[in-house]
Design a protein around this ligand. Structure first.
Ligand SMILES: [Zn+2]
Length: 404
């Protein structure tokens, strides 16, 4: 499996040749879209046969940009066709924004100095000096990351870098977590013991609330000027995402490190599937669900780089099922899940984590051999922050279960 990352560099330039190139590339994309639509083409090879000659004659750009434009055009068309298939409205696609896409054989980047050469036409090219930060350097000076395609948009250069992920180990335990607004909650389990745990994001919910209020205030104050409003809202949104992302990075890094130390698998719900125990509509409207997807994204790529297995399970019913007897509640579950059949009681978020683990064990043999599922061993009143757990719990170190 490949892991890829996007390296973004803010860049300003004063190079008319580059501005010209961006405009030409947009033309190439839009002409390719028209040709592909007219002749009902979906493959790169066919589009190249139908359009390369005419585009090559009409545009004096560096020739390798033409196949890149095909690629962009076909991506745009694919989204268009998907919308049509789903009977959604979609007008004939047209690329408005300026963009240039170049494959790695087209541009030249000095990974040491950050000097980038973008060919324009023939032997003519533009040199740009990228501001290489320490973070960028950690990728550029590591030869195991190979450079992929480059995208240039006004003000920004974006590289894709990729690397082959190490093989994941066979887990000797599991960390199963339910994803909430301001924390991941669930259990750490091995073949000997199970403890409830929580990994806090450190105020993400509060940040979201603050920014939500600010956005609403802006919206009422600047309602008369939509352009100003949009700009201010964008800035607010960027600040919020930045603050939230920082906290999530700390948490995801911690979790992956912890999992690796204990040779555990990380078990999460698959957020793309909709569970019946999902979040209410009101909640979705109030605070965006972006942080939940973002923390999963971070965990997944960090885990892939560290060789930590990640298992995703269907989240249906995870917050409404009793992990002991399997009974389901159809009504709203409060802060504490109480089973009407067997009297099992557990914090609802930890309970969801338990169900996520149980679902994973049912479908993953390796994990099922490594972990003993024993919810009865959990102490109801103790949730240890993941930060306090130094390793996988074992019977030897922990108090015998059920002491209370
Ligand atoms: Zn029960």
């Amino acid at each position: 499996m490949d892991v890829h990352r996007a390296l973004v560099f803010p860049v300003r330039w004063d190079a008319p040749a580059l501005d010209w190139l961006l405009c030409e590339f947009r033309l190439l994309v839009n002409e390719s879209i028209r040709i592909a639509l007219r002749e009902d083409i979906q493959s790169r090879a066919r589009l190249a046969r139908a359009a390369y000659e005419v585009l090559s004659r009409g545009h004096a750009v560096y020739k390798q940009y033409i196949p890149s434009a095909f690629e962009v055009a076909l991506t745009v068309l694919k989204a268009h066709r998907r919308r049509l298939r789903r009977k959604k409205r979609s007008s004939v696609p047209y690329m408005r924004k300026l963009i240039l896409k170049a494959e790695n054989q087209s541009y030249r980047l000095d990974r040491e100095t950050g000097r980038l050469r973008i060919p324009v036409r023939g032997t003519e090219g533009v040199q740009l000096q990228l501001p290489v930060s320490k973070w960028h350097r950690s990728y550029l000076s590591d030869p195991s990351w190979t450079l992929g395609s480059l995208s240039l948009v006004p003000g920004k250069v974006i590289f894709v870098v990729r690397k082959e992920a190490p093989r994941t180990y066979n887990p000797e335990g599991a960390i199963a977590l339910d994803t909430n607004e301001d924390s991941l909650d669930g259990v750490v389990a091995s073949d000997e013991n199970m403890v409830s745990t929580s990994l806090a994001f450190g105020g993400v919910r509060r940040i979201q609330q603050t920014h939500f209020r600010r956005r609403r205030r802006l919206a009422s104050k600047k309602a008369h000027d939509r352009r100003v409003l949009r700009r201010l809202l964008n800035r607010e949104g960027q600040r919020e995402r930045h603050r939230v992302r920082q906290r999530l990075h700390l948490a995801s890094k911690r979790l992956v490190q912890f999992a690796k130390n204990g040779k555990s698998a990380i078990v999460l719900e698959d957020l793309r599937l909709h569970g019946s125990g999902g979040w209410s509509r009101r909640m979705n409207r109030r605070l965006s669900s972006w942080p939940r997807r973002e923390i999963h994204r971070q965990i997944e790529y960090k885990a892939a780089l560290a060789g930590v297995p990640v298992i995703k399970v269907n989240p249906a019913w995870t917050s409404k099922t009793c992990p002991v007897c399997g009974a389901r509640r159809r009504d709203r579950v409060g802060q504490v899940f109480v089973c009407e059949m067997c009297d099992w009681e557990m914090d609802r978020q930890i309970n969801a984590g338990l169900n996520i683990l149980e679902t994973a064990l049912a479908s993953n043999e390796v994990l099922a051999r490594a972990v003993r599922f024993q919810p009865g061993a959990l102490r109801h009143d103790v949730v240890s922050p993941l930060y306090d757990l130094s390793a996988l719990p074992t019977g030897a170190r922990e108090e015998p279960s059920g002491v209370e």
